[in-house]
Design a protein around this ligand. Structure first.
Ligand SMILES: Cc1cc2nc3c(=O)[nH]c(=O)nc-3n(C[C@H](O)[C@H](O)[C@H](O)COP(=O)(O)O)c2cc1C
Length: 192
């Protein structure tokens, strides 16, 4: 395995992409509230590297509330065709407005409308409620520019630990953990 966890992650993600997986950037995002209540859900990774791992979401959602009150998280990827898992752990910070604006502007128009229309994770009486919101947002912006909603942005996880796991026959799996302390990385093999 490579000595650089970010190069290794990039290579494994590229392998996952080439394997034909529909959503190779899909990962589980684990957060915890200030009083320690854990929760976990899938998100799509939108940027990665030494400067951080970035995901986007609704800022009024439970996950965003967790990240505001307890800014630490873990991402977990499992690429089934490759039988490989990666866990990425570290503190989390909000993405700068300009970065979020640029990413939002790159999204398909209907996804931008969806970000305005969904009150993510709030109770919804009927699917028509979402449809009505979508139509209202579409009418409001017409053919004009759709700006990023104030309550939609990204979080950047700054990895201090990355763990790579690769399946091997007879449970002799390879497992390597990279850990950063005082700006230098150590690499440690672990029992599977
Ligand atoms: C494959 C997949 C990718 C998803 N990607 C995102 C995402 O990038 N951002 C997001 O807010 N929700 C995403 N979701 C929805 C979340 O899993 C979750 O249902 C939603 O964000 C509400 O989470 P919360 O109530 O814990 O805040 C995705 C779901 C799936 C199955």
């Amino acid at each position: 395995m490579s000595a650089d966890p970010f190069n290794l992650f990039a290579r494994w993600l590229a392998d996952a992409d080439e394997s034909g997986l529909a959503e190779p950037t899909a990962c589980a995002l684990a957060t915890a509230s200030a009083d320690g209540r854990p929760s976990c859900r899938m998100v799509l990774l939108k940027a990665h590297g030494p400067d951080g791992f970035v995901v986007y979401t609704n800022l009024d959602s439970p996950k965003a509330r967790d990240l505001k009150e307890n800014p630490r998280a873990e991402l977990c990827f499992y690429w089934m065709p490759l039988k490989r898992q990666v866990r990425v752990h570290g503190p989390v910070e909000p993405v700068e407005a300009a970065t979020a604006d640029a990413y939002f502007a790159s999204r398909p128009r209907l996804s931008r409308i969806g970000a305005w229309a969904s009150r993510q994770s709030e109770p919804m009486e009927s699917p028509l409620d979402l449809e009505k919101n979508v139509m209202a947002v579409a009418a409001r912006f017409g053919f004009g520019r759709i700006p990023r909603p104030d309550n939609w942005s990204g979080f950047r996880l700054l990895p201090d630990t990355l763990e790579f796991w690769m399946e091997k026959p007879f449970r002799q799996h390879h497992r390597v953990r990279f850990h950063r302390e005082n700006n230098s990385w150590t690499k440690q093999r672990l029992f599977p």
